[in-house]
Design a protein around this ligand. Sequence first.
Ligand code: IMP
Ligand code: MG
Length: 183
Amino acid sequence: MKNLKQLYSATQISQRIDALANEISDDFKDLERPVVIGVLKGAIFFLSDLVRRMKTADSLQIEFVHLSSYGSARESTGRIQTPYLDLPNISHRHILIVEDIVDSGRTSRFFIDYLNDQFAPASIRLASFLDKPSGRVLDVHPDYTGFTIDKVFVVGYGLDYGGESGDCFRELPYLATLNLEIE
Ligand code: IMP
Ligand code: MG
């Protein structure tokens, strides 16, 4: 596809996640039953690659929510939609949120506040496959970041372009920039 340009290959992503999984495991290895919460849909591949590389004394508990702030546009709408937000009782637990990308920070801020309100967790940490600091509106800092990217729109490895035909390009095994100007 002409308007897709590879930014990180599947191999580069895999190597980065190896390192990230080691770093996260160091922090979580002795915690009691850590809860890993993936934010659908974008975090599917990142979460599945990450947790399979993590080494912790206790087994992980894996949960999902489906949050969305984009609608079909490329810019954040500012409103968080919650198509699926149904978690079991995870009060006072150690939580790792797994996101695809932190852009404006609205989705992460919403979810961190929600978890704090509902479950008074022992700790909350945020792992994001990508960090796009140029888009930041709210003060959110991932504790663990796969790659920091410039002000570009990316697709693949779970991230989509919600064009007229709906979610596109999520399934790509690599990360690519999408140039919509030359469509
Ligand atoms: P935030 O709430 O503005 O931080 O945005 C988070 C959501 O925006 C992500 O979960 C993505 O779905 C979407 N998003 C932000 N930047 C990109 C991008 O470059 N490509 C694809 N989706 C993006
Ligand atoms: Mg999206």
